[in-house]
Design a protein around this ligand. Structure first.
Ligand SMILES: Cc1cc2nc3c(=O)[nH]c(=O)nc-3n(C[C@H](O)[C@H](O)[C@H](O)COP(=O)(O)OP(=O)(O)OC[C@H]3O[C@@H](n4cnc5c(N)ncnc54)[C@H](O)[C@@H]3O)c2cc1C
Length: 289
């Protein structure tokens, strides 16, 4: 399969890329790792007039600590995210999730900006951004803006990105001390997209859970489940509390139904995986982040 003809542009800076994007008009597409875009071109699902290849823009390729959080540039490859000591230090739940993203060859090329912009409902990075309250930063010739994951992800393969905008970076606010985590995924084979995945954090004072976060994929887009989070806040959670929170999570959305899994199976998976992730997070053997 061959892609349709397109103009190929290769900027060296974000500013150049934004100028090219504005000049090329609404049909233009950003090319990052190409792991989702190129198959869509080859299947002729997309026929962009121009591809703006951002792979030479060094200023988009970084991981750095700021005072408020860890900043990750849009061009950071999945393999770099997976193996970054800074990410492992501050967000081991993200490191754990990256082990489930595709295969090594795809992780070598795929980027965080590409994954978030593509917004596949079964992808791990949107889930982790939702769990970690990421600040998603976008730039255009008119300036820049910052969105929460709930504002950015608008549905399956749909985001708040507007014409002329590039996702430049995310910032992950640091987690409070004594925060533990859990990540669980069910996929048909290693490296496949998730049928369902659950990611949680729990901030503890001794055995008491001060606050927890529960995020799930399996529906149209990643969600947090505040009702389930509230069910565990301020108590010493028992197995019964965890079961209650997992049941609330399983009822929080209309789960997808497709050839891989029925809606009911996904609902059961959400219950099981949220319970397992919470049990791991609340286990004394789980290292504090
Ligand atoms: C066989 C296979 C298995 C996979 N399995 C998984 C999996 O298990 N989990 C998972 O999460 N992913 C999986 N993927 C997808 C992979 O993670 C891709 O890397 C990712 O979805 C897209 O990233 P990319 O950098 O390749 O983006 P590209 O393919 O280059 O672009 C994707 C889309 O995002 C837009 N875009 C890219 N960067 C930006 C930016 N900075 N600003 C604005 N728009 C931008 C492009 O215009 C395009 O519309 C798989 C892919 C393949 C081929």
């Amino acid at each position: 399969m061959k892609p349709p003809a397109f103009q190929y542009l290769r900027p060296n800076t974000v500013s150049e890329a934004l100028d090219m994007l504005a000049a090329a008009g609404e049909d233009a597409k950003i090319l990052a790792g190409g792991q989702s875009l190129v198959p869509m071109l080859n299947f002729r699902l997309l026929k962009p007039s121009a591809l703006i290849d951002i792979n030479r823009i060094g200023e988009l390729d970084f991981i750095s600590e700021s005072e408020t959080g860890l900043r990750i540039g849009a061009l950071t490859r999945h393999r770099v995210t997976q193996t970054s000591p800074l990410i492992a230090k501050h967000f081991p739940v993200l490191t754990a999730a990256m082990d489930h993203v595709a295969h090594l060859a795809i992780r070598n090329r795929g980027t965080i900006g590409g994954s978030l912009s593509h917004a596949d409902p079964a992808a791990e990075l949107p889930l982790l951004m939702t769990l970690l309250d990421a600040k998603i930063r976008l730039a255009s010739r008119n300036g820049s803006r910052e969105l929460s994951p709930a504002e950015f992800f608008q549905g399956s393969l749909m985001t708040a990105l507007e014409e002329g905008e590039i996702l430049t970076e995310v910032e992950l606010p640091y987690l409070p001390a004594n925060t533990r985590w859990g990540f669980e995924e069910f996929a048909q084979r290693s490296g496949d997209f998730a049928i369902v995945a659950a990611a949680v954090t729990a901030t503890l004072s001794g055995e008491k859970c001060d606050a927890c976060r529960i995020a799930v994929i399996g529906g149209e887009m990643p969600i947090r489940v505040p009702e389930a989070e509230d069910a565990l806040a301020g108590i010493v959670p028992t197995a019964e509390h965890i079961k209650t929170a997992a049941t609330i999570a399983s009822e929080a959305a209309e789960w997808n139904e497709d050839l891989h899994a029925s809606r009911d199976f996904r609902k059961q998976l959400v219950q099981t995986l949220v319970a397992r992730a919470l049990t791991a997070a609340l286990s004394p053997s789980r290292p504090v982040h």
